[in-house]
Design a protein around this ligand. Structure first.
Ligand code: DOR
Length: 410
């Protein structure tokens, strides 16, 4: 029995976990997920999301405010924090909206929400399309010190687009979103960050052009950070064509519908490269659970989003196996780096740290069975696929919150 001891400044937890042959790392930290509560509890609740998170190795998760109602006030932030504490799994840290109701018309009271503990601000799911409001939001970020996280998408250029614009949109007759829909907004935001000196974090970067813009901005010394999702690192627009199933190909696989859309292999490779060199700061899941009826429909009607907590490690290990990313770099981009981006005191195993730990087997193969996800969102194009890399145990604050041998799955 390997003995694992989590030491804390206010005491020492003594936890025995058999970790022989396994990797012991700081618990993963996710800067971007959707927990759907309040308002969409049939997609996910804070409790089911936090359980799904720890089963995927995440010990701290930052959730987006595109709930119903949206998280606009200090009391909304406290509601999510309290539900997260009650769930007692991953640490749940909410972001607040940039604009009231995410309507893009008036700024939310970001200072009030920052005081309540909002870690950042975002209208994610949609961009802050009004450049003047984005300017004010970035100016305010200097005062409260929390980043503005923008979903970079020009709404008019992207309008009606359900996949990447290019070969696959032509082939399937689906309306595409051009890469420039993302890039013009990344460029705008960089210029506004330059103007204001504010803290900009770019959500789910997905194109080669965005990588180039980020590179230039960082070269200029701007305090800009960016994240990329496991699906944009490991999948391409080809996945929309579905996979071979009993000899038949399932075209229009709605489980691949995600915003921003899956892009080309050239985009994917540039994202992987940018992550490996540290230009893209962190990996964030954009865990976006939906009901089956939100996906069991036409591609045009389907909701955008992939349920990501429970496949993140397994899919990312493909990059390690193919030599595109080292295991220490992968762990860094899931732990210390996201913590640096949002100024969180986690993501480390240093003495006196929080005792948030993931123990995983990098070589263990398992078959994705979304019906058995802890998440209510079974929407993943990885269903039925075999992945390598499996979480064995997760500890938060020195307590075992997930043990693969004991946990009862749905
Ligand atoms: O695919 C997505 N789903 N992208 C987003 O930006 C929002 C998210 C959601 O809320 O479902």
């Amino acid at each position: 029995m390997g003995r694992y001891v989590a030491a804390q400044s206010d005491g020492e937890f003594d936890v025995n976990v058999d970790a022989r042959g396994l990797i012991v790392a700081p618990g993963f930290v996710d800067l971007h997920c959707h927990l759907r509560e309040p308002g969409f509890e049939d997609k996910e609740t804070i409790a089911t999301g936090a359980m799904a998170a720890v089963s995927g190795g995440f010990t701290t998760i930052c959730c987006m405010p595109n709930t119903l109602p949206t998280l606009d006030r200090g009391t909304d932030i406290e509601f999510v924090q309290n539900a997260g504490r009650r769930a007692g799994r991953a640490r749940v840290i909410p972001l607040g909206t940039v604009t009231q109701n995410q309507a893009g018309l008036e700024l939310s009271d970001m200072s009030e929400m920052a005081d309540a503990g909002a870690i950042g601000f975002s209208d994610d799911g949609r961009p802050v399309w009004d450049a003047r409001l984005m300017r004010f939001a970035l100016e305010l970020s200097r005062r409260h010190g929390r980043p503005v996280v923008d979903h970079c998408e020009d709404p008019r250029l992207a309008q009606g687009g359900v996949v990447n614009e290019g070969r696959i949109s032509d082939l399937l007759g689906l309306k595409g979103q051009p890469t420039s829909a993302e890039e013009v907004m990344v460029a705008r935001d960089i210029q506004l960050a330059r103007l204001t000196g504010g803290r900009l974090h770019v959500a789910h970067l997905s194109t080669q052009g965005s990588v180039a813009l980020l590179r230039a901005a960082k070269r200029d010394g701007l305090p800009i950070t960016a994240e990329v999702t496991p699906h944009h690192l490991t999948m391409t627009e080809e996945w929309v064509l579905g996979s071979e199933n009993d000899g038949a190909r399932c075209l229009y696989d709605t489980r691949t519908k995600v915003n921003p859309p899956l892009r080309t292999e050239a985009d994917r490779l540039s994202l992987v490269e940018a992550l490996a060199e540290g230009l893209i700061d962190a990996i964030a899941t954009d865990h976006a659970p939906h009901r089956s009826i939100d996906k069991d429909c036409t591609y045009n009607e389907a909701a955008f989003g992939i349920s990501g907590f429970e496949t993140a490690l397994g899919s990312l290990m493909k990059l390690v196996e193919s030599g595109q990313l080292t295991l220490p770099d992968l762990v860094r981009r899931l732990t210390s780096e996201p913590c640096r981006v949002f100024g969180l005191p986690y993501g480390t195993l240093a003495p006196g740290a929080s005792g948030d730990v993931v123990i995983f087997d990098p070589g263990a193969s398992w078959k994705v069975a979304s019906a058995r996800f802890f998440s209510r969102g079974k929407n993943t194009p990885l269903d039925g696929q075999t992945l390598r890399g499996q979480v064995r145990a997760t500890l938060v604050q020195g307590n075992v919150v997930y043990d693969s041998t004991a946990a009862e799955r749905p």
